[in-house]
Design a protein around this ligand. Structure first.
Ligand code: RIB
Ligand code: CA
Length: 335
């Protein structure tokens, strides 16, 4: 049985690898994508998502919906410092999309996907949590039908936004949406949080990037991803002084699922997490605005508390990335 997932993302360089894994990992069945504002305005992330599924040769198989257009209550912030104005700067190889945005709302499409895969589906969020919060505010009956929520967001000891650098971008741009998920008694204990504490251990070193580029039969798709990695690396070195390479945050959301659904043994994935109740600082006047704060820590074997990741087998992670890129090459449409 494949793992049914829905991906809400804000592509985004690292989101692009989350899309690639979601499309090509043998364990995963990607039901749909909703493109949210976040790294760039929603119009741009929607274009980027359509271009990426076209580049990957999956534009006929994977429906792309417009996701949340702005935070629940606040004005949107974007991340051109990391992703450029388009949200996916750094290459001329992104193809014109061969698919349009799906008609109809992502809320209705996600409800359909959840009900058709009730109690088996994982919602993966690699941008702000606005789309998911909006869905579950409008349709609370769906909360009990979701098996896991896997989130790239937050950080306990590490941050990349606010005056104290104590918040993480995805949570910081919509703290109310984050609190809606992380404080909800029906949702918090089945949420898996891949925060900066673990994602800053997934560094795309030059050795990794050279493997992405490949040597034999260097395809246009590999060149596309090589150029995206190079831009991402340059941005992270300039903006946050990452000298060994950029942290590849978003695809890590998929790794715990391989263990939790029994696709790979714990001894191989080695996902290490703490069970924590969390609250996000939502007072914009606070110097820790957007910070993910620990309210309570449970015993690791408890069923209560959000599963907050702190480490995993990164060799296993990079092998998933490289294997999925090799699979993607077989269906890529860019010549
Ligand atoms: O803070 C990192 C997160 O913000 C990643 O999801 C990246 O794509 C950006 O959205
Ligand atoms: Ca993202």
């Amino acid at each position: 049985m494949k793992i049914p997932i829905w991906l809400d993302c804000d592509p985004g360089h690292d989101d692009a690898l989350a899309i690639t894994l979601s499309c090509f990992h043998p364990a995963l069945q990607l039901l749909g994508i909703s493109a949210s504002y976040g790294n760039a305005p929603a119009t741009k992330t929607a274009y980027n998502a359509r271009s990426l599924v076209t580049a990957l040769g999956m534009f006929e198989q994977i429906p792309v919906y417009a996701g949340a257009q702005k935070p629940l209550y606040r004005t949107p912030e974007y991340a051109p410092d990391i992703h450029g104005e388009s949200g996916l700067d750094g290459t001329e190889l992104l193809p014109e999309p061969k698919c349009e945005l799906q008609q109809g709302s992502y809320v209705e499409a996600m409800e359909k996907a959840i009900l058709e895969h009730a109690n088996e589906i994982t919602i993966v969020a690699t941008g702000p949590l606005t789309s998911l919060a909006t869905l579950l505010i409008q349709k609370p009956h769906l909360k009990s039908k979701i098996k896991y929520i896997s989130i790239m967001g937050g950080g306990i000891e590490v941050g990349n936004r606010n005056d104290n650098c104590s918040a993480e971008f995805n949570v910081w741009i919509d703290p109310e949406a984050a609190n809606f998920i992380l404080q909800d008694p029906e949702l918090k204990d089945k949420s898996i949080l891949l925060g900066l504490d673990i994602t800053h251990k997934a560094i795309a070193t030059q050795q990794v990037v050279d493997q992405v580029r490949g040597v034999v039969g260097k395809s246009k798709l590999r060149q596309l991803f090589y150029e995206l990695f190079q831009f991402f690396a340059h941005s992270y070195e300039g903006a946050q002084d990452f000298k060994d390479g950029p942290p590849l945050h978003d695809p890590l959301t998929l790794i715990p699922l391989l263990e939790f659904y029994g696709w790979a043994p714990k001894s191989q994935v080695q996902f290490q997490y703490k069970r924590l109740d969390l609250r996000v600082v939502d007072d914009a006047t606070h110097s820790d605005f957007g910070k993910t704060c620990v309210i309570k820590e449970y015993d690791p074997n408890d069923k209560r508390g959000t599963m907050v990741g702190f480490n995993a087998n990164m060799d296993f992670f990079w092998k998933q990335i490289l294997d999925c890129l090799a699979e993607a090459e077989k269906s890529s449409t860019i010549e």
